[in-house]
Design a protein around this ligand. Structure first.
Ligand code: MN
Length: 198
């Protein structure tokens, strides 16, 4: 199997984003978006998916974090889709209920080629520090759309908004890890009766 790596550079009037990923990595990389809390969340995504990620973003943070977060999701999704290629051999489906202190969040993924986000997560405050909590959904919407994955995220319960956000990233990371891993029982086959996942 060819190395599952993908690179994307995307430049607009609002942001300049470069992303490279290696699906079969060990969860290391250099992540810098200029938004501290978002870097912390992307570090979780990288570490727990075991997908190596280098992410460098220069965005119009003098306006707010919105364009930076959304465009990172777009470029990261595109890089993952490129790295997966024809998606041959992947496990395809995965889900996890992820606990962190008082919070529990489910992520369920189908690496289907069909972009879809179901988002059932509510925050009790508009901000975590200076970060807008509504941007968590914006990120995953952009990621699902551009990676070509069906993604459901459900927060069962939780009190602390930092924990609620962090469990979303960690749960998606763990589900993405399993769903994109090669299944040795069907390593040379597209996991679809239709014969294609792109
Ligand atoms: Mn944290």
């Amino acid at each position: 199997m060819a190395e599952r790596k993908g690179e994307v550079s995307r430049k607009t009037n609002e942001t300049s984003v470069s992303v490279s990923v290696h699906i079969d990595g060990i969860g290391t990389g250099k992540i810098s978006t200029g938004v501290g809390f978002f870097d912390h969340m992307l570090d979780q995504l990288c570490r727990h998916s075991l997908i190596d990620m280098d992410i460098d973003v220069k965005g119009d943070l003098h306006i707010d974090d919105h364009h930076t977060v959304e465009d990172t999701g777009i470029a990261l999704g595109q890089a993952i889709s490129k790295a997966l290629g024809d998606r041959k051999g992947i496990t395809r489906y995965a889900s996890i209920d992820l606990a962190m202190d008082e919070t529990m969040t489910k992520a369920a993924i189908d690496v289907s080629g069909r972009p879809f986000l179901v988002w059932n997560v509510n925050f009790s405050a508009p901000k975590i520090g200076t970060f807008d909590t509504e941007l968590v959904r914006e990120f995953f919407q952009a990621l699902a759309q551009n990676a070509g994955i069906t993604l459901h995220v459900l927060n069962h319960y939780g009190a602390n908004n930092h924990h609620i956000a962090e469990t979303c990233f960690k749960a998606v990371a763990r589900a993405l890890r399993t769903a994109t891993e090669v299944d040795p029982r069907q390593a040379n086959r597209i996991p679809s009766t239709k014969g294609t996942l792109v």
